[in-house]
Design a protein around this ligand. Structure first.
Ligand code: DAK
Length: 261
C-alpha cells in the first residue's frame, strides 16, 4: 500500500524494516522541485520516527534517478531568492537522517540528483546509470554539496573534470572511482538495494546507527578525532542488551534476536 500523502513520491508500507521511497515526477525525469524535496524530507521525518523502519531505500525510475534541480523553477530565483532558499532545510534533513540510506540508481543521476545520491550511505547503480554535475553548462556550479562530496568520493582529478566540463561518467567509471559500491543489471538495481537493506535491517539498530555516525565522522575529521569518536561509540555499545545478545548468540551457535535495547 502506498502513502497517498505525497504527490511526487511513492512511499509504500515498509517491508521487514525496509522503507522504500521512490521519486515520482516522470514528466520531468524526477527533476527536484522545492515541493518534491520538501515531500522527501517529510517522508524521511516519518521514517526517522517509525520504529518499524530500520533502513530506507531511495530510488527513481528506470529512466532517471533524478536529472537535477528543476531548472524551470530555478530560473525564477534571483540572488536573494537563492540566499533564502527553502530547499536548504530539506537538504539539511537528508544530511542528518540517522538511519542507513541506500540509493538505488538507474538512468540519469545529474546535478542535484547526483548530489542527492551522494547523501546516501550506500549507492547501488544499474549499468545504465549516468552520473554528472552539468551545472557548469547553465553558467552555475553545484550547490548541494557536489563540489565537496564528489571530491571525497572520487578524488580531485575526476571531480574537477566532472564539475568543470559537465560531462557525465558511466556506472563503470563510477564504480572504479568509488562513487558507488555495486553495479547491477538495470532491472535488478532496486532488488539488490532492497537485499542489502534487508541485511542491515536484521542488525542491532543501535550498532548500525553508531557505526554509520562513526564512518561519516571519519570523513569530516582528522584521524585522531575519528578514532576517539569510534572508541566512545564502541564503549557505549558495550553497555547494550543487543551486544550481550549478539555475543551470546554467537557462542550458542544461533541467530541473534536484536531488540534495539
Ligand atoms: N529541470 C527541469 N526539467 C527537466 C530537467 C531539469 N533538471 N531535466 C529534464 N527535464 C525535463 C525536460 O525539460 C523535458 O520536459 P518537456 O520539455 O518534455 O516538458 C523532460 O524532462 C524530458 O527531458 P528531455 O526531453 O530533455 O530528455 P532527453 O532524454 O532528451 O535528455 C537529459 C535527458 C537528462 C540529458 C536532459 O533532460 C538534461 O540535460 N536535463 C538537464 C540536466 C541538468 O542540467 N541538470 C542540472 C540542473 S541544475 C542548490 C541545490 C541544488 C542545485 C543548485 C542549488 N542550493 C541548495 C543552493 C542543483 C542544481 C542543478 O541540479
Amino acid at each position: 500500500m502506498s502513502n497517498s500523502a505525497y504527490e511526487m513520491l511513492n512511499v509504500p508500507s515498509p517491508v521487514n524494516g525496509v522503507q522504500q521511497i521512490q521519486l515520482h515526477r516522470p514528466e520531468a525525469l524526477n527533476a527536484l522541485t522545492t515541493a518534491m524535496l520538501n515531500e522527501l524530507s517529510l517522508a524521511l521525518d516519518d521514517a526517522e520516527a517509525n520504529e518499524m523502519v530500520k533502513v530506507v531505500v531511495l530510488t527513481g525510475s528506470s529512466r532517471a534517478f533524478a536529472a537535477g534541480a528543476d531548472v524551470k523553477e530555478m530560473a525564477s530565483r534571483d540572488m536573494v531568492g537563492i540566499l533564502n532558499d527553502p530547499r536548504q532545510q530539506s537538504w539539511q534533513r537528508i544530511t542528518h537522517f540517522s538511519k542507513p540510506l541506500i540509493a538505488a540508481i538507474n538512468g540519469y543521476c545529474l546535478g542535484g540528483g547526483c548530489e542527492l545520491a551522494m547523501h546516501a550511505d550506500i549507492l547501488i547503480a544499474g549499468t545504465d546509470a549516468k552520473f554528472g554535475q552539468p551545472e557548469i553548462n547553465l553558467g552555475i556550479m553545484p550547490g548541494a554539496g557536489g563540489t565537496q562530496r564528489l571530491v571525497r568520493a572520487v578524488g580531485k582529478s575526476l571531480a574537477m573534470q566532472m564539475v568543470l566540463t559537465g560531462q557525465p561518467i558511466d556506472a563503470n567509471q563510477a564504480k572504479s572511482a568509488g562513487l558507488i559500491s555495486e553495479i547491477t543489471q538495470p532491472e535488478l538495481t532496486l532488488t539488490r538495494a532492497m537485499d542489502v537493506a534487508s541485511l542491515i535491517a536484521e542488525k542491532s539498530t543501535l550498532a548500525v546507527r553508531l557505526a554509520k555516525e562513526a564512518v561519516l565522522k571519519g570523513m569530516d575529521t582528522d584521524l585522531a578525532t575519528g578514532l576517539r569518536f569510534e572508541r566512545h561509540a564502541f564503549t557505549v555499545l558495550s553497555g547494550t542488551k543487543d551486544r550481550d545478545e549478539g555475543i551470546a548468540a554467537f557462542l550458542e551457535k544461533r541467530k541473534p534476536t536484536f531488540t534495539g535495547q
